[in-house]
Design a protein around this ligand. Structure first.
Ligand code: DC
Length: 231
């Protein structure tokens, strides 16, 4: 009897503003794959803690909130609709302030364990593109195709600035740069599942690359991995 087919996963990890969200969305659309924005899960967990008056460093209570929150995602073209307990939180999720809260709650191993099952349930046929910090190192360590996407801090802050001001939000480049630096330090320096490239990841520096070219490189790398390891 042959082994059951494994649903392929493409992991795209990297720091905030590296372009992984846009690249993941486009690669998933090109292949007809499902999409997991794991950062949004941590963002919603942080919002749920704030709503319930749970301090982000109250590890047991935050993990309880993360494991019981009722969250749903809907891919809507260029953005993701997110509901928490049936309430639309799509506007709060992308804020840099929410990203900063998410980074604080995400450093706790108990919180990460609480959302592990939720993340893994996104793996469904015909395939999944998963974007985050530890997709290739922890959550889908067996993924067929792993990518680590990065860019200079200045370029990432500039992209975030563009993205948020396009949405009509008032932010300054200086504030974004310091928040991104602080998040990088926290996400890379934490003990559990720190942000780092998986040993078998293809690293792409997107500082001066157009998004189309990054997507092409990811799709070409995926095709190469499929040819190397037919499922
Ligand atoms: O990708 P993002 O900016 O939406 O992520 C927000 C924060 O959530 C990020 O600063 C750290 C945390 N995060 C994480 O710890 N692990 C992931 N897989 C995704 C996000």
């Amino acid at each position: 009897m042959s082994a059951p087919a494994v649903t392929p996963v493409i992991t795209i990890d990297g720091p905030g503003g590296s372009g992984k969200g846009t690249v993941s969305r486009r690669v998933a659309a090109a292949l007809g794959f499902h999409l997991l924005d794991s950062g949004a899960i941590y963002r919603v967990a942080a919002l749920a803690c704030v709503r319930q008056g749970v301090a982000l460093d109250d590890v047991a209570a935050a993990a309880e909130v993360a494991s019981t929150m009722q969250v749903s995602f809907e891919v809507l073209g260029d953005r993701t609709g997110v509901a928490l307990g049936g309430v639309d939180v799509s506007d709060e999720v992308p804020l840099e302030s929410t990203g900063s809260l998410a980074s604080q709650v995400a450093k706790h191993g108990e919180v990460r364990d609480a959302v592990l099952g939720l993340q893994r349930r996104f793996r469904r046929a015909p395939g999944l593109v998963a974007d985050g910090r530890d997709m290739g190192t922890v959550v889908f360590a067996d993924a067929l195709c792993k990518v680590y996407l990065t860019a200079s801090v200045e370029e990432r802050a500039r992209r975030r600035y563009q993205q948020l001001t396009d949405q009509g939000l008032r932010v300054t480049l200086d504030d974004l740069t310091s928040s991104i630096r602080a998040r990088d330090a926290r996400d890379m320096g934490r003990e559990i599942a720190p942000l780092r490239p998986a040993d078998d990841a293809l690293s792409i520096d997107s500082t001066s690359l157009p998004i189309e070219s990054v997507c092409e490189q990811v799709l070409a790398y995926y095709a190469k991995r499929v040819a190397q390891y037919p499922q």
